[in-house]
Design a protein around this ligand. Structure first.
Ligand SMILES: [Zn+2]
Length: 475
C-alpha cells in the first residue's frame, strides 16, 4: 500500500479537520467539539471509539485491528487562552479579544496523527496484517497533563510503542528529555477589615502571597540551575485597596529534570507558603493541580522516525507566496539564529554547514541529523508519562517560519495556512510509514523495549499526580 498517496489523496479531509479545530480553539478539558470531530471521522473510517476516559470527557481511544503488536499514535487538540488571532495575518489581530487560539499548533498535531492512524488502518486492512493501531485522543496537554491521568488509568500499558510529533519551525527528531513538573495552588485565607479604620483587625491574604513570592525568589539561588519556578496570582483578593484582602491565591508551576527533584522543591515551596501564612496570621490551603513526568526519548524508535522524516521532508516544496509570507511574519520576531544555535556544539563540520543552510531561509526542506542532547529541553510535556510506560519517540515538523516563538499570536496566525497544511502532511506520512515499519519488523519493537528497560534501570512508573486529584478545568 502506498501510504504517501493515501494521505495525499485524502488531504482535503485532514486539512478540513486541521482548520476546523483551529477555529474551535477549545482549551484544557473543554475540547468538546474538537474531540467529537476526531471521534466522528475515526468512527466513520472503521475505528472503534471509546470515549470519556480517565475522568476526562474529551479523552478517547480509537482502535482498529486485533492482536499484537499494538501501536499507539498520540493526538492533541487543546488551545491556549488569550491567543485569538486571524489566520494568515502578519499583524496582531485577534478574532475575538481575549479568546483562545492554537498557539502551540495542537490542531495540526491532532489532524496529522489522524491522517497517520487512518493510513495505518488502511495498511492493516489491505495487507491483512495482524496487529492493532490506536489513536489516543489526549486532551489538556497545556496545563492539564491529560496523558498523565490516562497513564494513571493504565491506558498505555499494553502498547508496544507510542509515536507522536509536535509542530515547530524546523524538522528534527526530539531526542532529548523534558522537565518533570508539578502545578500547585496556594490559597491563603485571612480576615477582611477597613484598611484605614481598623487595619489591626485585618489579616491580609495578599500580603501572604507577596511574602511567599519573596521567599521563593530567595529559593531560586539554592536549587539546581535547570530548576524552574513560575507563578501567576490567580486571585488578588479584589480591586479595592481600602479593604484588607481576606482571600488570595497564587498558582505555582515548578519544574526540574527529575521527578524526585520536583518533589523536593515542592516540599520546600510548601514550607515557604506555611512561613508566609505564619508571618501574616493567615491560613494556607495547598491544592495540588497536576503534574507530569520527564520524557524518556527512545532512540531505537527515534531512528526509524528520522529515516522517514528525512525522506518525506525532502519531497516537500514551498511556493514563492509561502516563502514571502514566512519572511514577512519572520520580521515580527527576533532573528531565527537562536532556534538552532543550541545544536551547533553537537555537530561536525558537515552538520554545522547544514544548520547554516537551514538558517538562510524561514522555510526549509531539510531535516536535522539525529542529535542526542545531554540536557533536557526547557519545557515539559505529558508525553513524558507515556514514555515511562511504553517505548516512545517524537519529532518536530515544520509548520511555521523558523524562529516562530511557541505560544505566540504568530504561531496561531500560521496554523491554518498552507505552510501548516504541508507540515501536517509531512507529519502524517512520517508517523504512518514509521508505524508500518514497526508492524513489519518486530525486532525493532524488541530493541526499543530493551532500551526502555535499560533507561528505567529498575524504576517503575508511578503517576506523579496523587490518587485523590482528578482532572479539572478550573480549581
Ligand atoms: Zn504543544
Amino acid at each position: 500500500m502506498d501510504v504517501k498517496s493515501y494521505i495525499d489523496s485524502n488531504k482535503e479531509l485532514f486539512i478540513k479537520v486541521n482548520d476546523q479545530i483551529w477555529e474551535y480553539a477549545e482549551t484544557r478539558f473543554e475540547e468538546y467539539k474538537s474531540a467529537e470531530l476526531l471521534e466522528q471521522v475515526l468512527a466513520e473510517h472503521g475505528f472503534t471509539v471509546k470515549k470519556n476516559l480517565a475522568g476526562m470527557e474529551t479523552a478517547f481511544v480509537a482502535e482498529y485491528g486485533s492482536g499484537q503488536p499494538v501501536i499507539g499514535i498520540l493526538g492533541e487538540y487543546d488551545a491556549l487562552s488569550g491567543l485569538s488571532q486571524q489566520g494568515g495575518s502578519i499583524v496582531r489581530q485577534p478574532i475575538v479579544d481575549g479568546a483562545p487560539g492554537h498557539g502551540c499548533g495542537h490542531n495540526t498535531l491532532g489532524a496529522a496523527s489522524l491522517a497517520a492512524a487512518m493510513a495505518v488502518k488502511e495498511y492493516i486492512e489491505q495487507s491483512k496484517t495482524a496487529g492493532t493501531i490506536r489513536y489516543y485522543g489526549c486532551p489538556g496537554e497545556e496545563g492539564g497533563s491529560g496523558k498523565a491521568y490516562m497513564a494513571r488509568e493504565g491506558l498505555f500499558d499494553d502498547l508496544d510503542a507510542a509515536l507522536t510529533w509536535h509542530p515547530g519551525g524546523y524538522n528534527a527528531i526530539m531526542a532529548l528529555s523534558s522537565l518533570a513538573n508539578f502545578q500547585v495552588y496556594y490559597r491563603f485565607h485571612g480576615r477582611a477589615a477597613h484598611a484605614a479604620g481598623a487595619p489591626h483587625l485585618g489579616r491580609s491574604a495578599l500580603d501572604a502571597v507577596e511574602l511567599m513570592s519573596v521567599g521563593v525568589n530567595y529559593l531560586r539561588e539554592h536549587v539546581i540551575p535547570e530548576a524552574r519556578m513560575h507563578y501567576a496570582i490567580t486571585n488578588t483578593g479584589g480591586t479595592a485597596p481600602n479593604v484588607v484582602q481576606a482571600e488570595a491565591e497564587v498558582l505555582y508551576l515548578m519544574r526540574a529534570p527529575e521527578l524526585s527533584y520536583v518533589q523536593e522543591m515542592y516540599q520546600r515551596i510548601n514550607d515557604i507558603a506555611r512561613g508566609a501564612a505564619l508571618m501574616t496570621g493567615t491560613q494556607v490551603e495547598i491544592i495540588f493541580d497536576k503534574a507530569c513526568s520527564n520524557y524518556i526519548p527512545n532512540h531505537t524508535l527515534g531512528k526509524v522516525l528520522l529515516k522517514y522524516l528525512t525522506e518525506v521532508v525532502a519531497e516537500n516544496s514551498y511556493t514563492p507566496q509561502e516563502i514571502s509570507f514566512a519572511d514577512k511574519i519572520g520580521q515580527t520576531f527576533p532573528k531565527s539564529g537562536s532556534a538552532l544555535k543550541k545544536f551547533l556544539p553537537l555537530l561536525d563540520e558537515e552538520g554545522q554547514a547544514l544548520i547554516r543552510e537551514i538558517e538562510k531561509s524561514r522555510l526549509s526542506n531539510k531535516t536535522l541529523p539525529y542529535l542526542k542532547m545531554a540536557s533536557p529541553m526547557a519545557g515539559s510535556t505529558d508525553v513524558g508519562d507515556v514514555s515511562w510506560v511504553t517505548p516512545t519517540a517524537q519529532f518536530a515538523a515544520a509548520c511555521c517560519a523558523l524562529g516562530t516563538p511557541g505560544h505566540s499570536w504568530q504561531f496561531v496566525s500560521q496554523n491554518n495556512t498552507s505552510i501548516a497544511h504541508k507540515g501536517l502532511l509531512i507529519a502524517g506520512k512520517t508517523l504512518a510509514l514509521s508505524a508500518i515499519e514497526l508492524f513489519e519488523n518486530p525486532q525493532i519493537l524488541k530493541e526499543a523495549k530493551t532500551e526502555l528497560l535499560k533507561q528505567l534501570n529498575g524504576q517503575k512508573y508511578t503517576c506523579p499526580i496523587p490518587k485523590e486529584v482528578n482532572p479539572a478545568v478550573h480549581r
